[in-house]
Design a protein around this ligand. Sequence first.
Ligand SMILES: Cc1ncc(COP(=O)(O)O)c(C=O)c1O
Length: 456
Amino acid sequence: MAVTAPGFPSLPALSDPATEAVLASGLLPELAHAFGGPFHFLLPDAFDANLRAMRDALAAAGVDGFVYFAKKANKAAVFAERAAALGAGVDVASAGELREALGHGVRGEHLVVTGPAKDPRLLRLAVQHGALVAVDALDELDAVITLALTGRVRPGRVLLRALPPAQPHSRFGMTGAELAVAMDRCVSAGDALRMEGFSFHLSGYALQPRADLAARLADLCLAARVKGLEAGRISIGGGLPISYTDADAWHTFLKDQSPAHYHAGKSFRSGDFYPYHSPVAGADALAALLATRPENTGGTLADVLRDAGLELLLEPGRALLDRAGATVFTVQGVKERDGYRLLTVDGTSLSLSEQWFNSEYLPDPRLLPQEPLAPAGVFPASVGAATCLESDMLTWRKITFPRLPRAGDLLVYPNTAGYQMDSNESPFHDLPLPPKVVIDRTDRPRPRWRLDRHFT
Ligand SMILES: Cc1ncc(COP(=O)(O)O)c(C=O)c1O
């Protein structure tokens, strides 16, 4: 565990018994030896628990709902398999993601296809498999109608995606005027199309704007029904926040962080960091959203949905993956600098995607010393990659380790399953992509593991 040295704020990850059990089991050094490079481990039981908690929140609020896993947040097969096994849906945004989800057992009608200006092949597959398409533009709606008419197999299923009035510069969604035209085209399409409702996805994590827009779309559903459309569902996209660290650590960090806390005096703007602590997170944030009173309505969002007889769809990525995995590197070298150390690990910052948003993945990595006699104390260190790029740093921040880091030690970045693992990984420098290891059960002294996929 990292310790707090005077002047160096720390951000310990919230404790997680399943992750602790893996760390304590002795499995990780063996896997590091076997793979000879960095790897990710996945804890799919956490995915199941997060899904259960979201469904419980919907049930407790008396709201009909359906959860789609936003697949972009992690490419692993196991999460699509879990979604299929538990009857959840998957949100896909490419033909590859759609094929993966189907191939791992998710039924076509349990897919929602999101993203802007979708590839015609993706739209064709979506219509053939009865997937719901969140239509982003009028020409896309026309394309779905044409596919449904020419395929003559099944109607196209669509949601109309709204441009959020609070985010008018978003490149996603349709304006109010475009939505009105889209509804008329849906009416004209007749049996070729099932217009199931509306959707949005908001940047940021605030609840009130989500509740406000959901209520506006509920009104639009009522207007669409008057025109004879089905309009029985709204999707609120993703954006349920999660907490990686506790409130105290987070607020102290935001208050105190300064260039002196980073290698090379690097500076980060506090506003560019992901909010690593949220007062309500995951399924609790969903419950809080349902209890939020949208502007200009008498009741809560749950009341609005129930009164309008609407099903709530959601597409969480990060929140379903909270505590569902971690990333393990081996320290290859340690250098002394002015009052701190520079560690070089056997991978790259491409395995921690946050680094590519003027930001940094902040939860403290855990050192697993492989040398029992390493001196104890307070050892600040930043973490660099095994590449020739000056700026390829996994952690610019000086982490205060409780033991002297040494070559051969493992460094475990906690809670990386949501977006960190694979959105930017590349075989740069001919370094292999880190494999993913699934650990199905952590409640036994010796956890069982398997590869997420077998490479051919
Ligand atoms: C349309 C849509 N749905 C869902 C998500 C998932 O968001 P999150 O991982 O924050 O829940 C995204 C993320 O970009 C998105 O664009």
